[in-house]
Write a protein that binds this ligand. Structure first.
Ligand code: G1P
Length: 292
């Protein structure tokens, strides 16, 4: 059975939209309930069968590396205090030794460039790409749904998660045009990064989960600046779609754009309301805040 073993997590972004919170702390470490954003996305990848986690980091992101390492002092203290549940929680989220790799994007040249920075670590095999700004709340997770669809497609197929958004949000995303359906997927006919509403091929946006063939790296190598002057993965994917089959999957679940303040706060509320230990008390707080 064909499988995807490696996933890239681009975590080099500056997080200017969350200043001053992100002045000294990476935006990927902002917590949604009690797990940092990056942990949610790594867990989604692990649950989808990913075995090797590749982080493209930047300056001031060392704490992400620490998060995926052991913390001996903490472990010793928890053991002394007999906090077994907390200890188990820590070990359940720790990647197995040798399965997390870190490389740096030295200049902020765009998402496409960040992905290209991981080429040596990925090698010549298909890989998943997960943007930690986006959370999808569903079981099975978004990447697991994509993996299942991927197994039914041609060997050299690429697949991206897509969803509908209201017209006023279209310009913030990569937007696709869709053709014939194939099983749960649609052939992608067009892709535009951050188009004006009137130029968008549809209201279906790229949600931040991708399964791509390694041929994308050769294209990225020559890719020049696109929207916002940055090297865009979307522009490279348009070229790849001319060489290889390219599909979109309308996944099940609710997505949260945690790159925006409202999306991030909504994710916190939604994920907390899904927790039996928190939901009842939080519901009361929300009712009181809303005056109902
Ligand atoms: C990136 C991608 C875009 C995608 C979006 C999802 O944009 O370039 O195609 O729709 O993530 O969140 P960014 O949010 O990094 O500007």
């Amino acid at each position: 059975m064909k499988s995807i073993r490696k996933a890239i997590f681009p975590v080099a972004g500056l997080g200017t939209r969350f200043l001053p919170a992100t002045k000294a702390m990476p935006k990927e470490m902002l917590p949604v309930v009690d797990r940092p954003l990056i942990q949610h996305v790594v867990d989604e990848a692990r649950e989808a069968g990913i075995e090797h986690f590749i982080f493209v980091t930047g300056r001031n992101k060392g704490v992400i590396e620490d998060h995926f390492d052991r913390q001996f002092e903490l472990e010793v203290t928890l053991k002394e205090r007999n906090k077994i549940a907390d200890l188990n929680l820590l070990s359940s989220v720790l990647p197995e030794a040798g399965t997390a790799s870190f490389t740096r994007q030295q200049s902020p040249l765009g998402l496409g460039h960040a992905v290209w920075c991981a080429r040596e670590l990925v090698g010549n095999e298909p890989f998943a790409l997960l943007l930690p700004d986006v959370l999808v709340q569903h079981d099975p997770g978004c990447l697991a749904q994509m993996m299942e669809a991927y197994r039914s497609l041609e060997d050299n197929a690429n697949i991206i998660a897509v969803e509908e958004v209201p017209p006023e949000r279209i310009h913030q995303y990569g937007v696709v045009g869709i053709g014939k359906s194939k099983g749960p997927c649609f052939a992608i006919t067009d892709m535009v990064e951050k188009p004006k509403r009137e130029d968008a091929p549809s209201n279906l946006i790229i949600t931040g989960r991708y399964i791509l063939q390694p041929e994308i790296f050769a294209i990225l190598e020559k890719q020049t600046g696109g929207a916002g002057g940055e090297i865009q993965i979307t522009d490279a994917m348009i070229k790849l779609a001319k060489q290889q089959p390219f599909y979109g999957l309308k996944f099940k679940g609710r997505s949260f754009d945690c790159g925006s303040k409202v999306g991030f706060l909504a994710a916190n509320v939604a994920y907390a309301l899904a927790r039996d230990d928190i939901a009842p008390a939080l519901r009361e707080e929300i009712k009181a805040l809303l005056g109902k």
